[in-house]
Design a protein around this ligand. Structure first.
Ligand code: ZN
Length: 151
């Protein structure tokens, strides 16, 4: 049994206590909600998109340390990226937290702190919640996404 403190690495704790880009975004032209009923995590992700570039991103809501830190680090990783790059990063992050990471994770940066989540399957939904909301917002879907309705 892996120890829980390995999961809550310093970077995750720090971001959960002081989340970055934690606000509603003025001038947002996309937004989507994500809800994880198993844990009670609930976040809204706001995007300011021009063409296929994510000019700005922010989030608000409440949830456990994992979900909040993941959303916080995601906003830092995604800002300024093009939409296909954001999708690609989500794929890599998803592979990481489900224990299927490839050899090349250099571009994950701080997101690599979530590698320990793969040892706690129930936490995968916490770690990916904000990303699912991001994807919904990128697609321009206005409805909310739930981890319990994912295909
Ligand atoms: Zn959670």
């Amino acid at each position: 049994m892996p120890e829980l403190r390995d999961l809550y690495q310093e970077v995750i704790l720090e971001h959960s206590k002081r989340p970055r880009n934690y606000r509603a975004l003025e001038g947002a032209n996309r937004s989507a909600e994500g809800f994880n009923p198993l844990c009670g995590d609930h976040f809204t992700v706001y995007l300011d998109i021009e063409g296929d570039r994510i000019r700005d991103i922010s989030f608000q809501g409440s949830g456990c340390a994992i979900s909040k830190a993941s959303a916080s680090i995601m906003t830092q990783a995604i800002r300024g990226k093009r939409m296909p790059e954001a999708e690609e990063l989500f794929e890599k992050f998803h592979q990481l937290v489900t224990g299927n990471a490839g050899a090349d994770n250099a571009e994950l940066g701080k997101l690599a702190a979530f590698a320990g989540v793969s040892e706690f399957p129930v936490r995968v939904k916490c770690a990916t919640l904000a990303w699912h909301a991001l994807r919904a917002a990128l697609k321009g879907e206005q409805h909310s996404v739930s981890t319990e309705q994912s295909p």
